[in-house]
Design a protein around this ligand. Sequence first.
Ligand code: MG
Length: 156
Amino acid sequence: MKISFDLDETLFVNPAEVPIEPELKFPYNMIYKDKLRKGAVELLKEINSSDTELWIYTTSNRSVKYIRNIFKHYGIRIDSIVNAERHEKEAARGRAGFPSKCPSVYRIDLHVDDEKSVYENGIANGFRVYRITNDDAEWTDNIRRELERIKRNYNK
Ligand SMILES: [Mg+2]
């Protein structure tokens, strides 16, 4: 199975609005300024040690190297990264009106995102989206449950 996470407002959050993980130690906190949503480290490590692939799917232009490394400093392995450039090259391919994200192109079973439009595109285009909000205190348990549910359906 594969799960993907959006970055902005999903895993990377504004600390004024959402509880966050402890910052990286100096000097890494100077290099990697994004703040991780509280609960991310435990959940993503758990996914790492399961048979589910951990993907990042973002429309931001952060480099693959930056994304891979910030998570590495938290002890998390990212299996694959779709950024704006890769999405355009492999998924959208210049087609007008193509969804901003299309996890089904990569056979991703569950995508986690804060954007309503991504959630709606999921319904319209047949990919599964867990929509996260700033006040979603149960997000890690909800996603664990969702993964279990998908896994059970696989085995039917
Ligand atoms: Mg977002």
